[in-house]
Design a protein around this ligand. Sequence first.
Ligand code: ATR
Length: 271
Amino acid sequence: MDQYRVFGNPIKQSRSPFIHQKFAEQTNEQLNYQSEYVEIGEFAQAVQHLISVGGKGANVTAPFKEEAMALCDKLTERAKLAGAVNTLSFVNGEVWGDTTDGDGLVNDLLANDVVLKNKKILLLGAGGAAKGVILPLLEQSPAQLVVANRTVSKAEAIIQQYPKHPITCCSFEEVTDHKFDVIINATSAGLNGQALPISEEVIQQNVTCYDMTYGKTLTPFLQLAKQRNAVKLIDGLGMLVGQAAVSFAIWRNTQPETKQVLALLREEILK
Ligand code: ATR
């Protein structure tokens, strides 16, 4: 049976084996997908070992996404711009790298009937999670994409990569426009129990608030959005399933359906 892995450290929390098993059942694909804990410094060996036992591909999660990019023979444009890889395919003795997080996010937004074309989007954060979604967001032709970050220089470095697109950056304090249609939280502040230093007024009633993280209860960012009566609150569970679906399609050449798997995963998370 074709072998796939998700490599990470830590990895116990990974929902990817559950998601890919459901996709395989749904599409009648025969594959084995397992999570694998990798010691720091042993990532390349883990990949080589998987290849040596006939592995077909792998997902990569923290902290190996940059290292994964470095060992690829071929990269997609979006992976190059993201500076990270979450999907490896082993093809004719070569390692091909892609990043599917951005498409996972965009597909989830569209599945939630969120319009991006000609809209104003605010992206909070300029770390790995933010970088990975910028090109797919810009490909949806928004009117404007503003990247706000605590460390503005990081946001500046990112936007310089997109000279032909309507993308700007600023600090959190400088976000004073109250007319965003979509606000996406790509910071790790909530994960560490820290509040985002964004002015509450930026979150207006008509805005869709999307948090790339998720949990059993509303994330701190979505709690704030709820208090502000934001029209739509969406957490990152759909993005997780969405990025997995894009990886699955790359490997198996068949597009799995995400809605039902997302519902099953939501049940699992709440257990
Ligand atoms: P990830 O891979 O999750 O993106 P990362 O690359 O470490 O992780 O990036 C974390 C992001 O969250 C960064 O944008 C970081 O801001 P800085 O670039 O200024 O460090 C942001 N972040 C983390 N904690 C934060 C906090 N308490 N307030 C505001 N931003 C925070």
